[in-house]
Design a protein around this ligand. Structure first.
Ligand code: MN
Ligand code: MN
Length: 277
């Protein structure tokens, strides 16, 4: 992952930071995440090889595009959509580092223009299907309601869910969301099969707080780091893009969670590299 020069080559894998937490309902902090995840990615406590045997330090066409600059006048979501669109137009594959989970809606608005029959695999403790939360329709608790009502995804499959309530169960039924709840036992990797492009949206609170304490919403009963890596390795389909969201450095302990985020990033880059190049 090297800083991008002026012109990135077509077909590259790109990393883009989205330092944005204006739609967090409980705590701020995820705007600090991209910088910290990058630091852990390059930490000398580990190395740049993924588990699958790819040396990420040596592959070409892997670029860090830096962070979106939100200081200018444009609407924040429009800025996110346009930034993503510019990258996808070059046939590049993008992994966004959030940011709170609200950023996934403007990201997917760009993907839906680029890909037909887009599937979304969403790992999270929360279904994020509220019509609105605290009067905010763009809360980080709402992105998948916005995505589904605009019909931006052919399928939405959620894994790791353990906060389902009546309202959100109704929303899941209304939108035809396929939900694998933690209460139902082992995640059936065999059932994670997609036709067509797959976008992976990875909210770090899908992990149990024991594995990833650096998130705003500690929800016990979650996945292990191993389970999430196994999903990244084994899901059947073609992963064409991803986000890693909701890392909150203010809640982290000795960078434990940013190391988890960085490791998952390495495995996702490898999966996209294998699937697309
Ligand atoms: Mn979420
Ligand atoms: Mn969540």
């Amino acid at each position: 992952m090297r800083p991008a020069k002026k012109n990135i080559q077509n077909g590259s894998i790109c990393i883009l930071g989205i330092p944005f937490d204006q739609n967090s309902s409980f705590l701020k902090g995820p705007s600090l995440a991209p910088k910290r995840i990058r630091e852990s990615y390059f930490s000398e406590s580990s190395n740049l090889w993924s588990e699958k045997g790819l040396d990420l330090g040596s592959i070409k066409n892997l670029y860090d595009l830096g962070d979106i600059d939100f200081k200018k006048d444009t609407d924040d979501f429009t800025r996110i959509t346009n930034s993503v669109k510019n990258i996808l137009n070059k046939n590049c594959h993008l992994i966004c580092l959030g940011g709170d989970h609200s950023v996934t809606f403007p990201i997917i608005e760009a993907y839906a223009q680029q890909y037909d029959h887009l599937n979304i695999l969403h790992l999270d403790a929360h279904p994020d299907l509220y019509d609105s939360l605290k009067g905010n329709i763009h809360s980080h608790a709402c992105p998948f309601a916005r995505i589904m009502e605009k019909k931006l995804a052919a399928r939405l499959v959620q894994v790791g869910i353990r906060t389902m309530n009546g309202l959100q169960r109704e929303q899941a039924q209304k939108f035809g969301v396929e939900v694998m709840e933690m209460k139902d036992g082992n995640i059936q990797l065999d059932e994670l099969e997609f036709e067509g492009p797959v976008y992976l949206s990875l909210d770090l609170d899908c992990l149990d707080p024991a594995f990833a304490p650096g998130v705003s919403h500690h929800e016990p009963g979650g996945m292990t780091t191993r389970q999430v890596i196994d999903i990244i390795h084994q899901v059947k389909g073609k992963i064409i893009g991803a986000d890693i969201v909701e890392y909150n450095p203010d809640r982290d302990i000795f960078s434990m969670t940013s190391m988890v985020a960085a490791k998952l990033l390495k495995e996702i880059i490898t999966r996209i590299y294998e699937d697309t190049i």
